[in-house]
Structures are given as C-alpha cells and as structure tokens.
Design a binder for this molecule. Structure first.
Ligand code: URA
Length: 275
C-alpha cells in the first residue's frame, strides 16, 4: 500500500504534476561554515554564498577556461573544496560526512562510480536502499535498467561512463530529498562534474534535472531537448524508475539516447540490442 502510494507520487513527480522545490530555493540562510569533515554527531549547516569577488574560475579538462556562468561560489561553502584536484581527493574531502540530517541513517555514502575522465556522465536523484547497502549508485532495479540502457542500448561498458547522484546519502523511506539536503550536497556534485568534465551529462528524472538546471519545468517538457550546464551539453530524460512503471516511454528515452550518441560521435547499436 505504502509502496504503491510512493510509486504514484513518484510518477506524478516524473510527469511534472508535483515537483520538489527547485534547488535554488534551497540556499540556506547564513550560518557557520562547515568544516571539511566535521564530527559525526554534529550536523553543520552549509556556509553562506560568498561575495562575487571570491568566485573562482576552474579550467576544463582540456585547459580551456570555465564558463562565466559557473556557480563556483558553491565551492566556498566548504573552504578547500576548490583545491580538490581529482575524484579521490574530493571523496577524501567529503569524508564521513555529517553536513546534513541524512547522515545518521545512512549505511554508506554513495559517492559515484565509473571512468574519472568519462565523456558521458549520468546524474540521478539519490541512493535507494540497494545503493545505500552497497555504496554504489544505480545497483537496484532501476540501476539494472540504467545498466541495460548503457550496455545494450548504447553499446558502452558501464565502467566507461561516470554515474552519480545529486544527493550522496539515502533519504529515509526513499522520500524526496529536502532543500537543505540538496544545498549541503550540491557543491560536491558540481565539483565532481568539474573534475570529470564530461562532454555530455544525462540528467535522469525530474529531481536531477531540476537541481542541475535550477528550474521547476517538468521533465515531460524538458526531456529530449538539449540544455546547457555550465558549458556542458546536458540531455534531460526520464528516470529509469519511472520507465519501470511506464515501459511504453522507453521509446522516448531511446530517442534521447540516440541524440546523446550522435553528440558523442558514437555509432548506434542495432535496433534489436536495446529491446
Ligand atoms: N535512483 C537514483 O536516482 N539513484 C540511484 O543511485 C538509484 C536509484
């Protein structure tokens, strides 16, 4: 009963009939800055956004300058985040995180997995129970479908791409992440994206896409249309969990994936492979 109610709410969300508050609203009020890895029993709120003068630029992997729109000010909520120069350093910086109220209930912090210099990055919402247990994103049923999309649909190995979530810890009972949790976690996602510097990001589902783009537009309107995430091509598409309940919409995701393959200049596997 509870599970089907949750499914229904999730479906409404995917269809844009009920969206979480955009992450822009999630900016916390001014508060003390969080230390890099504060003690587990103390939950420190993110620090305020700094003045524009403090905003740094971060070059892309190929050395070209970061786009002017880069919200690098987010780094300054956690002093030193901008100095992490690879994913291992970023993971170490995050540490046994207690920066938001999800910390006490998680089993594992789910950082991300895959090729650290992938051309293609998938961003989902938040870990579920399977991901929390294993410490790896997209390993449950929805994850299996994502793996099929990558391996059978795109003809790529899962290890060739990079996969992560907006939120690194599981919200209890798979509830929606809350604005303060997004605010605490999104600097890590943005740093992750800057470090991987993929050519294409695929945003999976309403929550991820709205958090990345800072919009409230429903996924049904955004999907299939290229977006710009700080100079990186971003393709919004439906979340695999939505596809499990709405298999007829797989054809729409396949169309989006074909766009992505074209953008990456990769051959499309034969039509039969993605069924
Ligand atoms: N759903 C997500 O958005 N992310 C996961 O890692 C698993 C399910």
């Amino acid at each position: 009963m509870l599970a089907s109610l949750r499914d229904y709410v999730e479906q409404l969300r995917e269809e844009g009939l009920e969206g979480p508050p955009a992450a822009t609203e999630a900016r916390p009020a001014a508060g003390p800055r969080a230390a890099a890895a504060p003690a587990r029993d103390k939950i420190a709120p993110p620090a305020p956004t700094p003045p524009a003068a403090m905003i740094a630029t971060h070059p892309a992997r190929d050395g070209s300058p970061a786009t002017a729109a880069a919200p690098t000010e987010l780094f300054y909520r956690y002093p030193g985040l901008e100095k992490t120069d690879d994913l291992a350093a970023l993971r170490e910086f995050i540490g046994e995180c207690t920066r938001c109220k999800l910390a006490p209930k998680r089993i594992n912090l789910v950082f991300g997995v895959g090729n650290p210099s992938a051309d293609l990055m998938f961003v989902g919402e938040a870990p579920g129970a399977d991901e929390d247990a294993r410490g790896e994103p997209f390993v449950g049923r929805a994850g299996q479908l994502l793996t099929d999309i990558i391996e059978r649909g795109m003809g790529m190995a899962r290890a060739e791409v990079y996969i992560c979530n907006v939120i690194k810890c599981r919200p209890p009972d798979n509830r929606n992440p809350e604005p303060d949790e997004v605010a605490a976690c999104e600097p890590f996602l943005f740093r992750q994206i800057d470090l991987v510097r993929p050519r294409v990001i695929v945003g999976l589902g309403t929550f991820a896409v709205q958090a990345l783009l800072k919009v409230k537009t429903p996924i049904g309107k955004l999907r299939g249309n290229w977006q710009d995430f700080r100079g990186i091509r971003m393709m919004p598409t439906f979340h695999p969990a939505y596809l499990l309940r709405n298999p007829a919409d797989k054809r729409l995701v396949w169309a989006d994936i074909q766009e992505v393959m074209r953008e990456l200049g990769r051959p499309l596997p034969s039509r039969g492979a993605q069924r």
